[in-house]
Design a protein. Structure first.
Length: 277
């Protein structure tokens, strides 16, 4: 559970860094590209800057899944940005947050990780509480087919780590992350060039600050998945990070939470207990 707790805290830090750079970064896409460069350098350092394509059993699977995972990372990010513009912050956030149902269903059908009654209740509370954390933005959100696509890509990016953990060589977990972030960087650069965006100094700074927790979130997620069932890992990481981000907003940014949001935080705490019974 220690690895899951570290993963959750680091996941929260990603959102906090993005919140800090919101008014300084000129291009979120460029910041993400620098973030992926940082992740690649960290993975390379952990591999000793050896040949990432050196022959090892299971290397092909790690490479293939890394390429797919990197695509899903960037696709879910671009779909989130698109849906925020087309359907509003609330609808986009809701579909992004409830994407945790994808790895849950995948874990049940692929790996027969059947939740207990308490865990089913905890999961239901997680979904309701995470949706309730959203405040109405007055944007008059409109449904589009890109919303369920966001849900699927976001969820697929999550379950990919579980699939690699089960089918891949555990000794190649760093290689898998290296390929993931290298592929994500390529896709991100292509998207950035297509949008004709140039990075500034803040993009570089916050990209590095984002990359460090981003890499280690994935690192500790893989470790957590080797210790704890996915039906516990994904809901716990998802909703606990939401609560931590909300509390960080109160402490660091002097934000005020509504009564509904405070109730949601307490509901999340109860859900975490149920998930881990």
């Amino acid at each position: 559970m220690v690895n899951l707790a570290i993963c959750t805290v680091l996941c929260s830090m990603i959102s906090i860094v993005m919140r800090l750079g919101r008014n300084r970064v000129s291009s979120t896409l460029n910041m993400m590209a620098v973030n992926y460069v940082t992740c690649i350098l960290v993975a390379g350092a952990l591999m000793g800057f050896g040949n990432p394509l050196s022959r090892t059993d299971g290397l092909g699977l790690a490479l293939g899944m890394g390429l797919v995972n990197g695509f899903l990372y960037v696709a879910s990010f671009l779909l989130l940005q698109y849906n925020i513009q087309k359907s509003g912050v609330v609808l986009a956030s809701v579909y992004s947050r409830i994407s945790l149902i994808v790895p849950l269903i995948g874990s049940i059908f692929l790996y027969h990780e059947i939740p207990t009654v308490c865990q089913w209740i905890g999961f239901a509370v997680c979904v309701v509480a995470s949706v309730a954390m959203n405040e109405k933005d007055g944007s008059g959100g409109k449904f589009s087919l890109a919303l369920p696509l966001l849900l699927l890509t976001d969820g697929a990016a999550s379950i990919t780590a579980k699939i690699f953990n089960e089918a891949g060589n555990p000794a190649l977990s760093t290689n898998f992350l290296f390929y993931t972030f290298f592929a994500a960087l390529l896709y991100c650069v292509i998207a950035s060039i297509a949008q004709k965006q140039r990075p500034n100094g803040w993009d570089l700074l916050y990209g590095v600050l984002l990359g460090l927790p981003n890499y280690f979130t994935s690192h500790f997620l893989l470790k957590a998945l080797s210790e704890v069932p996915a039906v516990v890992v994904y809901p716990t990481r998802g909703v606990a990070s939401i609560a931590l981000i909300a509390l960080a907003g109160v402490l660091l940014f002097k934000e005020r939470l509504s009564m509904r949001q405070w109730i949601s935080i307490f509901a999340i705490a109860a859900a975490l207990v149920l998930l881990n019974l």
